[in-house]
Write a protein that binds this ligand. Sequence first.
Ligand code: AFP
Length: 340
Amino acid sequence: MTESASAFPVPTVVGTTLEAHLTAGTRGAPGATGELGSLLNALSLAVRIIHTRVRAAGLAGMLGYTGETNVQGEEVQKLDALANEILCAVLEKSRRCAMIASEELEEARVFKDSGKYIVCFDPLDGSSNIDVNISIGTIFCILRAHDGGASLLQGALQPGTKIVAAGYSVYGSATTLVLSTGHGVHGFTLDPGVGEFFLSHPSIQCPERGTTYSINEGNQSRWDEPTRKWAQWIKSEDKAEGLPYGHRYVGTLVADAHRTLLKGGIFAYPSDRKSPGGKLRLLYEANPMAYLFEQAGGMATNGVDRILDIVPKGLHDRTPLVLGSKHEVATYRAFMRGER
Ligand code: AFP
């Protein structure tokens, strides 16, 4: 062996790749065809491509707006549009998708020669943070196409309890992919040198209690009385209850939810006078996050009901969203019921 070769120690431990994890997860499972695993691998490919575009956006003239407005009435960022195109192309080529629903598309898109799944996604969450180099992400969930009834559209409008897998990626100091297929929540970190996701956070558990709360305090004047009372309480001084909590708010759901999932505490985007039905979207923001938090032992509510029980009426339905540790979310709900 030459001098130079021995200078680089042979890696003793090669991590578990996403593919190996998914294959192990479906091996021997009754009726498993590997199609779901292959669809999740396609989604991870889309995330890796988006990762490269996000990292180089400032150099490739990909910051700023396209000049168009999307179905949400929001100005579309160039990276939003690009991330949407990447996901649509990769999912169509996967032949595992019968249909997709995207935050950036008014209508659902049906694919020919399709597979048995529907993917709902927010291609690039946190648009307001894209140009200022703050964490952004991609959010998705997967449903069985023909479980919802006759039409494919009905397939997308199933309650979150019908989700078969969900996940999100965070393009932050590292690119992380967090996902669940109903057997716990697992986190993978991208090794950019290898271009591969390796298991870095196996079996994530959302702590029973936390010490931080996350809400856009700038909306306070628009909140209803119970929400204002809860926000006042969580900032009050009470050692026995561990109050006050620290305040953390990035303004990107994936980043605020990721912190809350790993460290505990609570994230809340309640309804208010400006958004009486809530701001966040049910199919591709609230439902995927609610599925992951419940899989990790946390909770998700709209303040009254369990998010996953809500039956969607339309692709771009909005909902109040409260996520987090059991203790904090249960306390929040008690305030909304006037029990505190
Ligand atoms: P999009 O960029 O996908 O529209 O997401 C932004 C977002 O829906 C979510 O990521 C944040 O939690 C929330 O909006 C931030 O809203 P405010 O700017 O009103 O706090």
